[in-house]
Design a protein around this ligand. Structure first.
Ligand code: NAP
Length: 431
């Protein structure tokens, strides 16, 4: 057996402690698979005395993770601190500059600084592996980079945030409001006290930017991801979605279009005939469509100590095997800077819900606006009647350009009989 692969780990939180546990519990199995023992030599975190449920005996402790990246007796530095810059970025840069391989689970860092780091890794002739940064335990980075390498990828989309999927599932199954489910998820520790990264779609956007780069050979462009979160999704819309044969999911989706690279994260109506509509709870799922292979779908846990550590350790094994693929699928210098496809050019059918005062002429006013914008209505549901309260009118709209839909909705919002901001949810075409 070859010399041990020496590993230093920066960050011993959920993922760091989980990684130590996998390396310890599966030492024999991993050595056999890697062709060499995987040996942790050094670790770093903020608090040396914190109980992490794993033994740190025999590891050299560093208070400063950047010093560890430079000085530890290690072939691989594993960055599990988090954050788009700060110590996480400094650790990766120092490690590559010192000629060490890097493994990271950090989507924020990769979404913002991934292209520069991939370039640095190439220049240093070292690996920069980030499987755990996208959809946790699902090996989608490897799938796009290697297993699907024969294909031109036509589209990649998926459920990329487990917290949002959990909230939407709970709302539908338990008939609870968004605020109620979020509140409970925070109390149980499933959602952060500051939930914006999850519920506003930012976390999913970071992962999508990485998937898009891998799929299309484009430079990572996180700023170019159009993002809407799930705060505005109501139980009423979830019920109407079911009735119409859809399920509401927060999807991230990327593809090349005639206008440039489309990268979008938004809640949308997914036809229940597609398997992804049935990915429930905290699971993630990614569909990658290749021109030769067709549709492929990957589903599993996108977060948590075990699934994330599983991906981190797989990246370490690749390094021990001396198996190296370009970080983003092609040489960093060859990544293309693609223009962003504007959301106004999106074309698709829409679900629109209006809350209106129930009086004569309301529907005529609404349909006149849609007629002016050349947007046509496929069907309409207006069931409830009330002389005192606003009632919902649900419109299923034929395919149209988003810019026209937005113009129509801003005019409809000004009608006297429309008492709330209109709700618009895109009906996602997945065929
Ligand atoms: N948690 C998940 O399910 C998951 C899933 C996929 C990807 N990730 C990614 O994995 C990374 C780690 O996430 P996590 O959930 O494990 O985070 P976490 O539990 O908050 O752990 C962060 C660790 O970094 C250490 N740390 C913070 N600042 C440091 C500094 N200046 N110097 C040295 N150590 C420092 C902390 O030390 P102390 O423990 O002493 O405070 C802690 O051990 C993030 O990039 C995250 O996005 C996480």
């Amino acid at each position: 057996m070859a010399q041990p692969l020496r590993i230093a780990i920066a960050g011993l939180g959920t993922v760091g402690a989980g990684t130590l546990r996998v390396l310890e519990e599966h030492a024999e199995l991993l050595a056999a698979r890697a062709g060499a023992p995987l040996t942790v030599t050094a670790v770093s975190a903020k608090n040396k005395t914190k109980d992490r449920g794993v033994s740190l005996d025999g590891f050299t402790w560093f208070d400063d993770p950047v010093a560890m990246a430079r000085e530890a007796e290690a072939d691989v530095i594993v960055e599990l601190i988090g954050g788009e810059d700060g110590p996480a970025k400094a650790v990766c840069e120092a490690a590559l500059a010192a000629g060490r391989h890097v493994v990271t689970a950090n989507k924020a860092l990769m979404a913002v600084n991934g292209a520069a780091l991939a370039d640095a890794a190439e220049r240093a002739d070292r690996a920069l592996n980030f499987e755990a940064a996208v959809a946790g335990g699902i090996p989608i980075v490897k799938a796009l980079r290697e297993g699907l390498a024969a294909n031109a990828i036509t589209r990649v989309y998926g459920i990329l945030n487990g917290t949002c999927n959990y909230i939407l599932t709970e709302m539908r199954e338990q008939r609870r409001s968004f605020d109620d489910v979020l509140d409970e998820a925070q109390k149980l520790g499933y959602a952060e006290a500051e939930p914006s990264m999850d519920v506003d779609g930012i976390d999913a956007g970071q992962k999508l930017a990485l998937l898009a780069s891998l799929a299309f050979g484009s430079r990572i462009n996180f700023d170019g991801v159009y993002t809407e979160g799930i705060r505005r999704i109501s139980l009423l819309d979830i019920d109407y979605a079911e009735e119409l044969g859809y399920r509401i999911k927060l999807l991230g989706s990327a593809r090349r279009t005639e206008y440039g690279l489309e990268q979008r994260v938004y809640p949308c109506m997914v036809d229940q005939r597609f398997p992804i509509a049935h990915v429930e709870g905290a699971d993630n799922a990614v569909v990658a469509i290749g021109d030769f292979v067709g549709d492929t779908m990957f589903q599993g846990q996108g977060a948590g100590a075990g699934p994330t550590a599983s991906a981190v350790v797989a990246d370490i094994i690749d390094i021990a095997r001396e198996h190296r693929a370009p970080t983003l699928g092609i040489a960093a210098s060859g990544l293309e800077a693609l223009p962003e496809a504007p959301i106004g050019k999106h074309v698709g059918p829409y679900y629109v819900r209006l809350m209106v005062s129930d009086r004569p002429g309301v529907i005529a006013d609404v349909t006149a606006v849609f007629r002016d914008e050349a947007v046509s209505i496929e069907s309409m549901i207006q069931r409830a009647r009330s002389e005192t309260e606003a009632v919902p009118v649900v419109l299923n709209m034929h395919e149209c350009e988003e810019a026209a839909m937005q113009r129509a909705l801003s005019r409809i919002a000004t009608l006297d009989s429309v008492v709330e901001e209109p709700t618009m949810i895109r009906i996602e075409s997945l065929a």
